[in-house]
Each structure stands twice: as C-alpha cells, then as structure tokens.
Design a binder for this molecule. Structure first.
Ligand SMILES: C[S@@+](CC[C@H](N)C(=O)[O-])C[C@H]1O[C@@H](n2cnc3c(N)ncnc32)[C@H](O)[C@@H]1O
Length: 333
C-alpha cells in the first residue's frame, strides 16, 4: 500500500462516503473504500486500477460529470498542476470537504497553503513521511478552464516558427528543454514510414516531425493525460494532424515503425526512475521495422550506449552540447 493511502486509512471513517480520489496510486485503496471512485491522469496507473476495479476509475484531464460529496487530491509534483487540480475539485465542492495528501519531501506543507483560498485548512495527520490536510470549501472558485492555464511559446525552427502549447505539469512547461533543442537540430534523414515521438510531452518533437515528414504517419505517445492534451493543442495550433496514444512505456507503441524519436523520461514524481527509458532501449528493436532507427537525446552522464548496442546495434553520437548527446542506432535490414 502506498504510504499516502495508509495515512488516509488511519482515519477511514472520514472516507466512507461518495468520494473522489484524484491522482490516486495504483494500490488497494479503491478496494478498501468501496463507495469511492478514482480520477487518474497516468495511463499505467489507470490501466492497473481499471484491471482490478472495472468502471471505478476515469482517465483524463478532468473528473467525470458525476457529483461527489468529498475529494482527496494526491499531491502531484508540479505546483501549477496542483493549483489547477485543487481549483477543479473545489469548484465542484461548495460546502463539501476537500482533502490533500502528500509526502513531506514532495512539498505537502507549502502546497497545503493553497487550501486557504477555499476556507480554513487543518492538518489532520502526519505519518509515514506524509501529511493529510482538510478544508471545508466555503469559497468555491469558478470551474477552471484548462486551456487558459496553458503557456505558449514560439520556437524558431529551421523550417519556420512552431507554436508550442504546454499545460500545467507537462515537462519543460513554457520553455524548450535544452536536450530537446539539440535533438531538434538532428531530425534530418529519418527513414520513410511511421514515426513515433515517445514521451511526447507538449508535442514539440512530434509536431516538427509531422511538418518535416508530411507523408509519414506520426504518432505521439505519453503516459500523462496533460501531456497528450498539450500535444493535441500544439498540433492544432500549427495546423498539423497526428495520432496521440495514451500508453505506459514502449510496449504500448505500435510495431513496424520507421523511427522512434525521443527525449525519454528519467524522473517520476519525487523519485528518479529510469525504467521506462531502459525498457525503451531494450524493446525498441521489436517496434522498429528492419532498417528502422532509434534517435534519442539524453544527458551525457547517462550510460545508455551499452544498452543500445546490446539490444539494437552500433550506437552513433550525432551531436553533443550543453551536457546532452544525441544518439542514433538502426535495426538491421
Ligand atoms: C523528458 S520528457 C520529454 C517531453 C517532450 N518530448 C520534449 O522533448 O519536450 C519525457 C516525457 O515522457 C513521459 N513519460 C514518462 N514515463 C513514461 C512512460 N512510462 N511511458 C510513456 N511516456 C512516459 C513524460 O510524461 C514526459 O512527457
């Protein structure tokens, strides 16, 4: 059981009613709170929860329409996302109870101050390195419009400007990442066929791929519903069409790809996690067609080349700068 869930269950009598669990971990909490339902924006956790608790968890950037009497937010890493989620929940809970739970090292203490906008917050518990806060929503905010919380910037690419739209919580919110910038300069010469932007974030790479290779089917895959929503906004802002897929890891990508292009993930929550990227390097060959290629950018200190060479083939460094490297490796024909 996740420690945050354990903290909730220490006062289980508070959570027996019609409760929405927002950003819940993929553990047994829904089993212990039979009247509760979940809202997740993480495709992998949502899939795990749905497999065990069919029909009791929704995936997306907003909760479903059904009313709820109280809600718990599991504090996300991004402060902007926390603000949007708290406003979304409080707007639906005038006079109701809103709870916030999170790890101390995830910043729960300062995040709880945001509850002051709705009423008088109280700390209910502190245990398992976590805190649980509660507020009765006396001043409900207006329902927030997600797009109004987007940040937009214009990127000067070699083939013209690209408008990037990023939503709260999305990687490199409101600015171009330096690793992505290096990879953008090396998108030339990809083989013809389907192209995948793995871990698409705000969709910068996928959108540029579609513009540069208009004949190719371009697929943007991410685990995060806010990233996918950003990618759709970025594509639309530039008049581009591509497919977006909610998936957890490369196993959810299609086969027969001509190229996988990625600035792959290496942080998850407050913990560092290389699993999704290591799986990508191990499994890329299965998703590439013969002659297909993997092109990715990573911090130079990350020891990816040996893994790439073991599972795909000779790994070439195409570019280097600002502490990043762009790697290329091809599947044999
Ligand atoms: C370093 S960011 C790159 C984002 C974007 N491509 C860019 O260059 O700005 C990595 C992305 O991978 C996503 N991600 C993390 N774990 C994932 C997983 N298991 N499956 C798919 N995507 C994942 C994150 O949500 C994030 O958007």
């Amino acid at each position: 059981m996740d420690p945050r869930s354990e903290v909730l269950l220490r006062q289980v009598e508070l959570f027996g009613g019609d409760l929405l669990l927002a950003g819940l971990p993929a553990d047994d909490l829904l089993g212990r709170l039979p009247a509760a339902h979940g809202w997740s924006w993480h495709a992998g956790e949502h899939a795990a929860l749905t497999a065990r608790f069919a029909g009791r968890c929704r995936f997306g950037v907003a909760p479903d329409e059904r009313p709820f009497a109280a809600a718990v937010l599991f504090l996300p890493k991004s402060a902007e996302l926390a603000r949007y989620l708290l406003d979304s929940l409080a707007a639906r809970l005038p006079g109701g109870e809103l709870y916030l739970v999170g790890e101390k090292r995830g910043g729960i203490e300062s995040a709880a101050r945001q509850l002051q906008a709705f009423g008088r917050p109280r700390k209910l518990d502190s245990a398992r390195h976590c805190q649980l806060w509660q507020v009765t929503v006396e001043q409900a905010p207006a329902l927030p419009v997600l797009e109004e919380r987007a940040q937009r910037y214009r990127l000067q690419a070699t083939d013209g400007p690209l408008e990037v739209v990023s939503l709260p919580g999305v990687f490199s919110h409101g600015r171009l990442d330096r690793g992505t910038a290096l990879l953008l300069e090396r998108l030339d010469g990809l083989p013809p066929g389907d192209l995948l932007d793995f871990g698409c974030g705000a969709g910068v790479l996928g959108a540029l791929l579609k513009r540069r290779y208009p004949q190719s089917r371009v697929i943007l895959l991410d685990v995060d519903a806010f990233a996918l929503a950003s990618s759709r906004l970025t594509l639309a802002a530039n008049g581009l069409e591509a497919q977006t897929i909610a998936g957890d890891g490369i196993r959810d990508a299609p086969d027969g790809l001509a190229a996988i292009v990625s600035n792959p993930p290496f942080h998850q929550g407050v913990h560092t996690d290389y699993r999704a990227t290591e799986d990508l390097l191990r499994e890329a060959a299965r998703h590439l067609r013969p002659g297909g290629e993997l092109r990715l950018v990573a911090n130079s200190f990350l020891k990816y080349p040996p893994l790439i060479e073991r599972h795909l083939g000779p790994c070439q460094v195409l570019a280097e700068g600002n502490g990043f490297r762009v790697y290329r490796a091809g599947r044999e024909r």
